[in-house]
Design a protein around this ligand. Structure first.
Ligand code: HEC
Ligand code: HEC
Length: 229
């Protein structure tokens, strides 16, 4: 066998091997480890709800045109308002007091990058929502800042969210271990982002009487979340 033929043969074998490799079915990594599983996704979501309802989160995700403070979620003092973009009104911007890190000492402003409220257009109000409504809001691009479930997972890894575990002196950190929370979020999204079916008793502010009162005033900030659910 001459050298040229040997070289051609080697090339032929290499090409054959390569195309065999290419023809292997390509399965996305996420799908390989976690096929859709509605029950598991819904259970993972239920497990992360206590974090979403914790004051460290709800203080920026509550009804009203202002942030809240403390474990009792009282209205933010010093006439702080959401403002046109969520970052306060001209005279009192969040960044006037809040920096990208916690300040040292009791009752000093906490801080994280992008400290502010969601905008009035997409206020991301979670207060008063059932587990299912919360889940549906988090999946709804019109109400979640145009995010896919995967992008919700990413957002859960931002310093602003993770701040809840290191909230600064005098504030209760979120008790659910951070890695547990993040793996629940990941599991929820990877297994298809299904929502819990069970609807627990409506929490405070979501009872028929309060709804009627809000409808009469025509000012309910949480009504859009309830529409059609
Ligand atoms: C200082 C205020 C603040 C705190 C505290 C805060 N958030 Fe948010 N959150 C925001 C803002 C502002 C946005 C909108 C950001 C955007 O769209 O870019 C947002 C958006 C989100 C979103 C995406 C929108 C949605 O509703 O689906 C998620 C998820 C979220 N936050 C999770 C959390 C969690 C979990 C905590 C607590 C561990 C938390 N946030 C605490 C201000 C806050
Ligand atoms: C004039 C200063 C000032 C401005 C402006 C201000 N804050 Fe604060 N904020 C504070 C101080 C001080 C604290 C801490 C209070 C304490 O611990 O007793 C605080 C606490 C908070 C907390 C409580 C965190 C928790 O979980 O207990 C949130 C949320 C918050 N601010 C959001 C905002 C947002 C959003 C804006 C802008 C829309 C804003 N603040 C504007 C001074 C300010």
């Amino acid at each position: 066998m001459n050298t040229t033929r040997m070289i051609f043969r080697a090339i032929f074998i290499a090409v054959a091997l390569f195309s065999a490799l290419l023809s292997l079915p390509v399965v996305p990594a996420a799908a390989q480890v976690a096929p859709h599983d509605d029950a598991a996704a819904a259970a993972a979501f239920e497990a992360l709800v206590p974090v979403l309802r914790h004051p460290r989160c709800i203080n920026c995700h509550s009804t009203g045109d202002f942030p809240r403070q403390g474990d009792d979620s009282h209205r933010h003092t010093m006439r702080v308002h959401r403002g046109p973009d969520g970052h306060g009104i001209n005279a009192v911007k969040c960044s006037t007091c809040h920096q990208d890190h916690n300040l040292v000492g009791l009752h000093t402003p906490p801080g994280a990058p992008d400290w502010g409220l969601p905008s009035p257009a997409i206020p991301m109000i979670w207060e008063g929502l059932t587990e299912r409504q919360l889940c549906e809001l988090l999946k709804d691009p019109d109400r979640n800042g145009h995010r896919t479930p995967e992008q919700i997972v990413e957002h859960m890894h931002t310093p602003l969210v993770l701040w809840g575990w290191t909230p600064g002196e005098g504030r209760t950190p979120i008790p659910t271990p951070q890695d547990k929370f993040l793996s629940n979020v990941q599991e929820w999204a990877a297994k298809g982002a299904a929502c819990p079916v069970t609807t627990p008793p409506p929490p405070l502010g979501n009872n028929p009487r309060a709804k009627r009162a809000r409808a009469e005033q025509g000012t309910s900030p949480i009504r859009p979340n309830e529409a059609g659910k």
